[in-house]
Write a protein that binds this ligand. Structure first.
Ligand SMILES: [Zn+2]
Length: 116
């Protein structure tokens, strides 16, 4: 597995993700669609936030279960946080925010979040 560094646009939100990122989800739900998010899902022990959590705003809607965290300064959502189907903490990382990841090499899988 590889460790990627990631950040929002202004750099106030920084994190590390350890994962093999080969494929990502392109979701058509109301928020992913508008934000153009390409997501990779990782477990809590694969994700490390390196900056203060309070530098982000926690936006929730609909079932209120997913924390859409975005930088208070630049507005970029670098990742979201919720629980996976088995109830464990899961991070949805916006792979566009990762350094040294070539998007052209990824398999993009559509996900019909709109119908949920
Ligand atoms: Zn920022």
């Amino acid at each position: 597995m590889k460790t990627y560094t990631g950040s929002c646009h202004c750099g106030k939100v920084k994190f590390e993700v350890t994962a093999d990122i080969k494929s990502v989800i392109s979701c058509n739900c109301s928020i992913c669609y508008k934000r153009g998010l390409l997501l990779a899902f990782v477990k809590a022990d694969q994700f490390k936030l390196q900056t203060d959590e309070n530098l982000q705003t926690d936006y929730r809607f609909h079932a209120m279960k997913i924390h859409h965290l975005f930088c208070k300064d630049c507005g970029v959502e670098a990742y979201g946080k919720g629980n996976g189907p088995d109830g464990s903490a899961t991070y949805a990382v916006n792979v566009r925010c990762l350094d040294d990841l070539d998007l052209e090499t990824l398999t993009i899988t559509p996900f019909d979040g709109k119908s949920l």
